[in-house]
Ligand binder design. Structure first.
Ligand code: A3D
Length: 320
């Protein structure tokens, strides 16, 4: 069987980390694409030279030519500009929308059968625009955010309860932004809902509320510390988990930004909800019952995503 091919559009901090992870896991051969001349080629050469030390077989190449992504099984898109301190994800909209147009057209022309995972912010709007520009089926274009947001939530909860992160199953819904909805009623530690653990006195409502807020602001906290860019290790590993679910037909249920077509009473947009990822891409959107405050917060998040789509359509009249 031929090796799988993974194209990484954007060879910056996340792109380079993705390439290293994919190579270490021998997921396939890797093409790093970027508009910066020499940079993807240089990173590819450097990463290739990890192979003999780490013992992986993966051909890693760098390019500035979209023709080289032809035949890719998976494409992970990080092309664009990351947030700087004080800049919201939404400030990035205008700049990154133009990037999505170029990337979408490149994918359409050279790799229309790929499964595409978008990471570029503002995520829920960029994945929608990328799908529009690429013309790929909706089930083959998905956004990475929920896996990362859930991982952040899980990390903070594991610290709070003094347990292994392996035992925390965290659940975050909605758009990837300050309005995301970490759901404590669906978040469990070894099957026990966090709300029940609070009732048992293992933590307090105030502490959990603070963790929810820290999760929502989790990206910004790292931007503030790094000062020159945004998080890249955890975003990269989260996208790799999604790529593995597709390539291995794992049928994993992962929170992703997926196209909703009637589910949750929504259609025509991408938003973060649990979905089954397998060989057909997004195979099913899981519709859970939302009630009370969670329902209201999800609606606020959806409204924020809708506002971004209106802004995108305002910038490029050909969209939607
Ligand atoms: P960075 O290291 O700047 O890499 C971005 C790369 O994109 C650079 O190498 C650019 O040269 C390249 N690029 C710019 N325009 C184009 C183009 N038209 N075609 C191809 N390449 C281009 O950023 P990063 O890797 O740290 O972050 C990448 C994106 O991910 C940013 O938009 C971040 O905001 C976003 N991000 C999202 C999450 C989510 O959870 C959704 C988390 C962290 C970062």
């Amino acid at each position: 069987m031929a090796r799988k091919k993974i194209a990484l559009i954007g060879a910056g901090m996340i792109g380079g980390t993705l390439a290293h992870l994919a190579a270490k896991k021998e997921m396939g051969d890797i093409v790093l694409f970027d508009i910066a001349e020499g940079m993807p080629q240089g990173k590819a050469l450097d990463l290739s030279q990890c192979g003999p030390v780490e013992g992986f077989d993966a051909r890693i190449t760098g390019t500035n030519d979209y023709a080289d992504i032809a035949g890719s099984d998976v494409i992970i898109v990080t092309a664009g500009v990351p947030r700087k301190p004080g800049m919201s994800r939404d400030d990035l909209l205008g700049i990154n929308l133009k990037v999505m147009k170029a990337v979408g057209e490149g994918i359409k022309a050279h790799a229309p059968d790929a499964f595409v995972i978008c990471i570029t912010n503002p995520l829920d709007a960029m994945v929608w625009a990328l799908r529009e520009y690429s013309g790929l089926p909706h089930n083959k274009v998905v956004g990475m955010a929920g896996v990362l947001d859930s991982a952040r939530f899980a990390t903070f909860l594991a610290w709070e309860f003094g347990v292994s992160v392996k035992d925390v199953n965290a659940f975050v819904l909605g758009g990837h932004g300050d309005t995301m909805v970490p759901v404590t009623s669906y978040t469990t530690i070894s099957g026990v809902p966090v709300d029940d653990l609070v009732a048992m006195g293992k933590s307090s409502k105030e502490a959990i509320d603070a963790i929810v807020q820290r999760t929502r602001a989790g990206g910004g906290e790292i931007v503030g510390l790094l000062k020159t860019g945004s998080a890249y290790y955890a975003p990269a590993t989260s996208a790799i988990a999604m790529a593995e679910a597709y390539l291995g037909d794992q049928k994993r249920i992962l929170p992703c930004a997926v196209y909703v077509d009637g589910q949750y009473g929504l259609d025509g947009l991408y938003v973060g909800v649990p979905a089954v990822l397998g060989a057909n891409g997004v195979e099913e959107v899981i519709e859970i019952a939302l009630e009370g405050e969670t329902k209201d917060n999800f609606q606020v998040s959806v409204d924020a995503v809708k506002e971004l789509l209106v802004a995108c359509k305002g910038i490029d009249g050909e969209l939607g």
